[in-house]
Design a protein. Structure first.
Length: 289
């Protein structure tokens, strides 16, 4: 496991949350996968103590306000060991420790600076996130677990994956199917698709869509069954720690590794929310991909 340890003095929460978010997303808000987890400590001495007790992992130790560029990720992709990342490293874009990042006031960096570009790009993405409608999935929707004990299916409203999971499990084996989301626009899109007995070749798409409307081949002789099944559509916020019926398969996608939530709440708090969800649903199977 590759772990980032952020040394933070506790004086600038917005910059800390920004640093956490950008460990997992690049300057263009695209996911990147070098770092598996991050923790926050107050001093380098605390970082050294943590490394000494769990030395089997790879550690990157950095200061709050250090943005690691794509060059850093490419260079250290296969690195193993401990690397204390200096602020003046060639693949670090540094932010002044006093930099505020958020919506209450303008970021202090000048126009055309790398620092301002990264911040404004992220904030624009966060503003649009609650309105976006994802009409295709970027991850595989192939079922990779044993589904014999599954009685209920709960899946997000984005793309085709929830329907494809139901197709693979078998509608006759499921007692209930619930398509859920916290985004009402996304739920409306899923309802619209479900309302068609046969999927149209072309369709008026939401103005705020992400992805393209492309009908998957597995729907051709099956979609009418999905249309006839009494699918429930519900508003569910995974951060509220919902309790799903026992023996449910729950697809949560990347909710707990979603850049807007990492920035708004912080990585550490998101980890707690995820642990609470898993602990509340120990009789169910929760999948992210």
């Amino acid at each position: 496991m590759k772990i980032a340890i952020i040394v933070d003095d506790g004086t600038n929460e917005s910059l800390l949350r920004f640093t956490e978010a950008k460990l997992f997303f690049d300057a263009n808000n695209q996911s990147r996968d070098l770092i598996d987890d991050c923790v926050v400590v107050s001093t380098h001495k605390q970082a050294q103590s943590m490394i000494a007790t769990t030395s089997q992992h790879t550690y990157f130790v950095l200061q709050t306000g250090s943005f690691l560029t794509s060059g850093f990720y490419a260079t250290y992709k296969n690195f193993n060991g401990v690397f204390v990342v200096p602020v003046d490293h060639e693949f670090v874009i540094p932010y002044d420790p006093s930099t505020y990042i958020g919506f209450r006031k303008h970021c202090k960096y000048p126009l055309k600076s790398k620092q301002l570009y990264i911040v404004e790009n992220m904030l624009k993405s966060i503003l649009s996130a609650g309105k976006n409608v994802y009409i295709e999935n970027t991850e595989s929707s192939d079922l990779t677990i044993n589904s014999d004990t599954i009685k209920h299916l709960y899946g997000l409203a984005s793309g085709w994956k929830t329907a494809h999971l139901a197709c693979q499990i078998g509608l006759d084996k499921l007692e209930t199917i619930t398509v859920y989301d916290s985004n009402p626009h996304q739920l409306e899109w899923a309802k619209k698709l479900h309302s068609f007995k046969f999927l149209p070749e072309s369709l008026e798409l939401p103005y705020n869509r992400v992805g393209e409307y492309s009908i998957p081949s597995w729907t051709s002789n099956w979609w009418h069954q999905w249309h006839n099944y009494p699918v429930q559509f519900e508003h569910v916020d995974l951060l509220s720690t919902p309790k799903f019926p026992d023996y449910s398969l729950v697809w949560i996608s990347n909710v707990f590794k979603f850049e807007p939530l990492i920035f708004n709440l912080g990585w550490q708090k998101l980890k707690t929310y995820k642990e609470d969800l898993l602990n509340a649903n120990k009789q169910s199977i929760i999948i992210e991909t």
